[in-house]
Write a protein that binds this ligand. Structure first.
Ligand code: ADP
Ligand code: MG
Length: 704
């Protein structure tokens, strides 16, 4: 067997793993020895110094090994709340341990069993000491090897604690991993170049694999539990390095295809831009525009994310970039997430460009065939320079005369867009993605093939932050008073209902009934409109446009108004069942108000049965109006996998790295990958390795 085939060995052939356990491993994403060895322990416990019972002190964390003397479950005065209590003896004395609400432990920690308890020690109310809810491990259960062997693996050292996988306990896993490491080939290839390892002072792979699972005695346990011991850092760095190296390779191959003409900027173009500008750009807008234009003027294709909170003024920046492209004879495409938004963009653009010589056209799903044909023809022949549309733009790839810049409003559809463009080889325009759901730095380094990021931090002058409160259903009357007060002052208000697919009919009915109730009983003197996803496009648009003109006071809606709609006179946003919305959605909805100079309000009405996660989201939104803070919070609450919902979005599948925890290692890996790729011949072996494994390894679209 070559060293490489050892790593590819299915787990079933490992000692202690039969077909049944192998199945459980597979379900948990572990098929081979390589997978197993790349599944880090959850944490580590220092059992190198077992404490004697006699030496225990309250307040310290300790581990003791001993024999269970007796145990019992007692009920408490609180209904359904039980305590399992046991006594454990070693040669020096007896200590108690209590476990809350785990009565089944009675059958696990039975008298006569040998166990290690690990955890904080407290004083007992009646005197003496106890462990409360300690970690524990049985020493002689589940048919291990000789007790001798076991004691070397499970005690008397820093031990790894794994996550249980199906029926495989943390302890069995420890034994299985130990077995796999015992048979590790004496020598095998290390994906990290030796020079790089020695420069960064990282251990070789073989050594690192051993130390990650069974750390040397002198490794500080705190550093292990922070995943910053050298062996762990090495493994994480390797994963990120290979990932970043692949991203760079992919970018290089795109560069080669970027045949579009490279724009130039001169005074004539600056004048043309100034002419369309209706206001002075904020400093953040200027900075972002400079970065974008500098990118466009480089021979490599731009791949840039423009992030700025709702209302920060991204559109005008994108439009100015578009002008640069069009002045250079290139075409521009803008893709919006919904029809309403596409039309809003189209209206704004046509107005801004009305004095220019450029022609803007629309492309949407619901378009009559004749109009569609005309649009397609204008783009193909180049008589239209700017197309605004929904994802209809990519469904049947549109032919362009000279597409130079692709703009995506809101990143969610970007994966689709990018693939569609890539499919069309040779079409490799500059790409600008606008988003109000800011992507935390780590994700920007990973998603979509390495985006550069421009950020607009401030809002245009004269805006005051929206006042946000969360209120339980029971305080609805207060909310109506707030609405009445604002409407009385000539402002407008939104009331938004959640609409989820599973209960679409019910939700729709709720929204419809609510609109009727509000109009007839609560605000009989006000004009109330209803808008929902079941309405035809033109009906929706008609209502939206009438609301924007001030012909309605109150708009009841399902989440179709989520993004982008601009009605500066609206000052109240009420979100019904706010607990059912995601953090980003809530922030987006709130962004519909606070667009004028008036003080605006956002009320999040929630159900009494709100979950803990729901509560955390509401709290986050009331505490901050900063989209960047909220995005970080969102990531924390949901985890990066959920951030965009789909795998195609460009979040790599990682085995040892963690995008949140290991941000700094990712930065370092990126720098090194760039440097290494540029190093020429030394990189050749890596290129081969990465090209053959990258896509599979990270479950992403391929490198080349
Ligand atoms: P978003 O970043 O959410 O896409 P928009 O581009 O829609 O924001 O801009 C929000 C509003 O602010 C628009 O009405 C726009 O005309 C206005 N706006 C943008 N930039 C400025 C500015 N520098 N000064 C004044 N108003 C601005
Ligand atoms: Mg916008």
């Amino acid at each position: 067997m070559t060293p490489e085939t050892y790593f590819e060995t299915p787990l079933q052939y490992l000692k202690g793993v039969g077909p049944r356990r192998a199945d459980e491993f597979t379900r948990a994403g572990l098929s081979t020895i390589d997978d197993l060895l790349h599944r880090f322990p959850l944490r580590y416990e220092d059992r190198s110094r077992l404490d004697s019972v006699a030496s225990l002190e309250p307040g310290a964390t300790a581990s003791v090994m001993g024999e269970v003397l007796q145990g019992g479950v007692r009920a408490t005065r609180r209904r359904g709340f039980t305590i399992f209590e046991l006594a454990l003896a070693d040669a020096s004395g007896v200590v108690r341990a209590v476990f809350m609400n785990q009565p089944f432990l009675r059958d696990v920690l039975t008298p006569g069993a040998h166990a290690v308890l690990f955890g904080p020690v407290e004083s007992r109310r009646g005197g003496g000491l106890q462990f409360t809810n300690p970690q524990f491990e049985l020493l002689d259960a589940d048919g291990g090897d000789s007790a001798d062997d076991d004691s070397r693996i499970h005690t008397g050292r820093i031990v790894p604690v794994y996550e249980r996988i199906g029926g495989v306990s943390p302890k069995m896993l420890r034994r299985i991993v130990h077995g796999a490491l015992q048979q590790l080939p004496a020598a095998f290839a290390d994906p990290l170049p030796a020079d790089l390892r020695s420069e960064m002072d990282l251990p070789a792979l073989r050594e690192a694999l051993g130390d990650v699972h069974f750390p040397a005695a002198d490794t500080p346990v705190e550093s292990l539990n922070a995943f910053r011991a050298p062996a762990q850092v090495r493994m994480i760095f390797e994963e990120f390095f290979i990932f970043q190296f692949g991203l760079r390779l992919r970018r290089q191959s795109l560069d080669a295809e970027h045949k579009a003409r490279v724009p130039k900027v001169d005074d004539r173009i600056r004048q043309s831009a100034l002419r369309v500008l209706p206001f002075k750009l904020t400093a953040g807008q200027k900075q972002a525009l400079q970065e974008i234009v500098a990118d466009m003027c480089r021979p490599q294709p731009m791949n840039r994310l423009l992030q700025g909170d709702v209302g920060a003024g991204k559109t005008i920046v994108a439009l100015l970039a578009a002008l640069v492209a069009m002045e250079n004879g290139l075409q521009v495409a803008l893709m919006a997430p919904t029809e309403i938004l596409a039309e809003q963009h189209l209206r704004n653009l046509s107005q801004l460009l009305s004095t220019s010589r450029f022609k803007t056209v629309a492309l949407s799903g619901g378009m009559p065939a004749a109009a569609r044909r005309e649009t397609l023809n204008a783009l193909k022949t180049g008589t239209a320079q700017f197309v605004v549309g929904t994802h209809a733009l990519v469904q049947n790839p549109v032919e362009f005369n000279a597409l130079g810049l692709a703009i995506v409003d809101e990143q969610h559809r970007f994966g689709v867009w990018q693939r569609a463009l890539l499919r069309d080889k040779g079409l490799c325009p500059d790409v600008l993605v606008m988003t109000a759901t800011p992507i935390p730095r780590t994700l920007a380094l990973t998603s979509y093939g390495d985006l550069d990021v421009s950020t607009i931090r401030e809002l245009p002058p004269g805006r005051s932050p929206v006042r946000t409160v969360a209120k339980p259903e029971g305080r609805r009357a207060e909310v109506y008073r707030l609405i009445e007060r604002e409407l009385g002052a000539g402002r407008q208000a939104y009331i938004v209902y959640p609409l989820v697919e599973e209960s679409e009919k019910l939700d729709l009915r709720a929204a419809t009934e609510m609109a009727a109730h509000l109009e007839q009983e609560v605000f009989p003197d006000r004009r109330v409109a209803l808008i929902h996803g079941r309405l035809k496009e033109d009906a929706k648009d008609a209502v939206m446009a009438a609301f924007a003109r001030g012909e309605y006071d109150l708009l009841v809606s399902t989440t179709v108004i989520e993004v982008g709609v601009d009605v500066p006179n609206a000052t109240v946003m009420v979100v019904e069942h706010a607990e059912r919305f995601g953090l980003a959605q809530l922030h987006q909805l709130r962004g519909r108000v606070g667009r004028g100079s008036q003080q605006s309000h956002c009320v999040l009405l929630y159900d009494r049965a709100v979950s803990r996660a729901g509560k955390a989201r509401l709290k986050a939104v009331t505490e901050s109006t900063d989209g960047f803070v909220l995005a970080e919070k969102d990531l924390e609450l949901r985890g990066p996998g959920d951030f965009f919902g789909t795998r195609q979005s460009g979040i790599p599948t990682l085995r040892v790295g963690d995008l949140l925890r290991d941000q700094s290692i990712m930065e370092q890996a990126r720098t090194e990958a760039e440097r290494w790729l540029a190093s020429g011949p030394a990189a050749a072996a890596l290129v081969e390795l990465v090209e053959s494994t990258w896509a599979q390894r990270f479950k992403l679209v391929g490198v080349g």
